[in-house]
Design a binder for this molecule. Sequence first.
Ligand code: AHR
Length: 509
Amino acid sequence: MATFTKISEDETPTITVNSKHVLSKINDNIYGGFTEHMGRCIYGGIYDPGSPLSDSDGYRKDVIEAMRELRVPVVRYPGGNFVATYHWLDGVGPREKRPRRPELAWIGVESNEFGTDEFLNWCEIVGTEPYFALNFGTGTLDEALGWLEYCNSDKDTYYANLRRKNGREKPWGVRYWALGNEMWGPWQVGQMTKEVYAAQAYQWAKAMKLLDPSIELILCGQDGTSSWDTYVLKECIKWDVHGLGGSTTASLIRMHSIHIYTASKEHLPNATAPKSAERAIEITAGLIDLARIENKVPNTVPRQTICFDEWNVWDPVRAPGEEGAEEKYTLSDALAVSVWLNVFIRQSKHIGMANIAQSINVISPLMTTKNGIVKQTTWWPLLLFSKYMRGHTIAVHVRCSEYEGPTAPAWIRGTIETPWLDVSASLNEAGTTTTLAVVNNHEHRSFSTQIEGVDGNSIEVYTVTGKGVNAVNTEDKEEVGIVESTWDGKDLFEFPKHSLTLLRWKSGS
Ligand code: AHR
């Protein structure tokens, strides 16, 4: 959480941070990824058997290394829109027997060369947890139950034995399962009304939990500000006692998924757009509470959280999905991603998981080429946050002037503030180190700022910036990266124009 006092442009800004004011745990899963059968994400991304850069299973070694460097804790799969016509059985067993199928989400052909076991094996190599989305378009409940059995069962039953036959004795233990993806969308095969969706989701959830009570189910929401969200939460967040041993703490649904992509051609609307996600999180958290109150869910049932399982900067006109959505990210986009990450830290109380869409090649900070990997501008804030913004959110107050121009969407103005300095702060798990993240979105002005609560005289400084907001990274040139320095903690700290800065110091030193 951050609070804000607006001052005039000519006053000196102040940021006040206190490492004792611990607010909420930052779930590591906010640094989640997403790999969809779309464009070059799977084929040519994580799986590239023809490449000299791949291992003997066809996995790109440089991608594995990058995912490890980013410490990605969880990865969503296999879609996205792709999942609405995906039949998991097509993608297991001997490769030569797997059917090639028309693919309707991105209008292509799916070879099924890469499927459940290949993905789960990749997750084990990377050291990340899988998160599966179920086919609510052309799929059936039987199929979904079969997939869960295949992945998680240690019993002597048909699909568990099929997994063994395919070479995997031990269950894979997939904990997270999404009840469909964007089923409200007119582009979705099998688009549903909220009424039909809620009824189906609830019944599928019940059956899935009966088969494996240890799983965590994620409800398909919209963007957190819609009547779809309101309705499906009300229908599905209940006190679920039936069939679950009569437990008074049972709930079928653990998280509610929402998706938002932000983008604008203009720098300031672009960089401030993730503030809409912040307001959406606040609204969704209210809707979750409303459902719990109206349905009389006792407080022994843990409060459901938000699974922001698609977020990023994406303009689908600029980078169409059918063409692989290979966005070329600028410094402006890196600042937008920094604001996105500040939002997740500030709102950590409500966020159970967040997944950048996507992890490789498709609207991604990481691009594979024949020769290696390109780290786009957006990679650097993601890396800094994943490395340093873990543990707990701590309270921070910012006094500064505000950007007052147009926003995208327009409704940001009047519902949430857009200070020039966008801030969040964290205290690491051990309680020893405080990190302050500050995005200065101003294109032309640095801000010399008083920082109250900073300790010590050798503060680590990490800066992400570039020559201008249109700077990009390509295979030949890296215009945006991380510059490391130190600060003596005295006087004012200057946040450069169009930059992200992380300040790190030992708490209480
Ligand atoms: O991430 C790209 C696409 O965006 C996903 O497939 C879909 O869920 C969303 O509309």
